[in-house]
Write a protein that binds this ligand. Structure first.
Ligand SMILES: N[C@@H](CCC(=O)N[C@@H](CSC=O)C(=O)NCC(=O)O)C(=O)O
Length: 279
């Protein structure tokens, strides 16, 4: 059952925030959904947005500036949380921002004590899609996915593993090869264990090397992003896509950093690109 936390009119649509008890995570989970006004009985295409480290649903909802574009394009926009939260949910032992709370990395953890609640893969690919398809006027044959940084990693891996579900995949400054960068090595090691073989299904570059494909892929990356060289490494994705024949559009955006100033500049553009593919 979904509890409505808040609703507000915006850009000729309704921005809602909702809470429910998740079977996947064993916790309450909060997410946001924007629904443009639509004809009675109509079903609309949906764009999923997966957020980055330290985020809840609220970061993109409050700073993403997507509502005007979604209203004009007739797109539903869904933004889940990035981790389980609440009593009994373990965090990074040192309280670091890049693991634990706000940093679920879109995997189902296998390592104690995280395996009980950190099941964001099941949550975003299974439980939440079923829930929102039931509660909102979504056309489930017209879905696409995007995300930022850790959420860009999530969008890429979910899109690559569900090519029939998602007509298009885009990302903002994504972690493209978590097995090869410090954020990813810490998270995949902590959640999945030290056997790197288990990491490949949660690594976009490895998935492409192993044969996964997407129909269309758009990535924007700021060249003034302080995480670019160490954590993001878009050249690894470009190289893998070129070898695999995946049509990647990678746009390096001069002067842009890693923040929501960057995301909000280009999010409407991504939505228009998704809408083209969701017609
Ligand atoms: N310097 C920050 C690091 C956290 C950060 O930059 N988080 C990004 C996503 S990074 C990759 O997933 C973010 O989206 N933050 C939320 C926001 O509203 O900007 C720190 O130390 O916390």
């Amino acid at each position: 059952m979904i509890e409505t936390v808040s609703t507000a009119r915006a850009h000729g649509g309704t921005q809602g925030v909702y809470r429910h008890r998740s079977a996947a995570t064993g916790t309450d989970m909060t997410f946001s959904v924007f629904v443009p006004d639509h004809a009675p009985g109509a079903r609309l295409p949906v764009v999923w947005y997966l957020s980055g480290l330290t985020c809840t649903h609220a970061n993109v909802t409050e700073k993403g500036e997507y509502r005007r574009a979604c209203a004009e394009l007739g797109l539903i926009f869904v933004a889940p949380d990035t981790s389980p939260r609440g009593e009994g949910v373990p965090d990074d032992p040192a309280g670091a921002y890049d693991f634990g709370l706000g940093a679920g990395f879109y995997v189902d953890a296998t390592q104690p004590p995280f395996d009980r609640h950190y099941r964001l893969w099941s949550y975003v690919t299974d439980e939440l899609p079923a829930l929102v398809a039931e509660a909102f006027p979504i056309d489930t044959t017209r879905q696409s996915i995007t995300g930022h940084s850790m959420g860009g990693h999530g969008a890429l891996t979910v899109g690559l593993r569900f090519p029939e579900r998602f007509r298009a995949v885009s990302a903002f400054a994504p972690i493209v090869a978590p097995s090869q960068v410090p954020w990813g090595q810490k998270a995949l090691g902590g959640y999945l264990g030290e056997d790197c073989a288990a990491w490949r299904r949660h690594d976009a570059v490895a998935l492409i090397e192993d044969g996964a494909r997407v129909k269309a892929l758009l990535v924007d990356q700021g060249d003034a992003d302080s995480f670019l060289a160490e954590q993001l490494r878009p050249e690894l994705l470009a190289d893998a896509c070129e070898k695999a024949g995946i049509p990647l559009t990678l746009r390096m955006q001069p002067g842009y950093d890693h923040s929501y100033y960057f995301i909000s500049t280009f999010l409407a553009d991504h939505l228009a690109w998704h809408a083209e593919r969701l017609r």
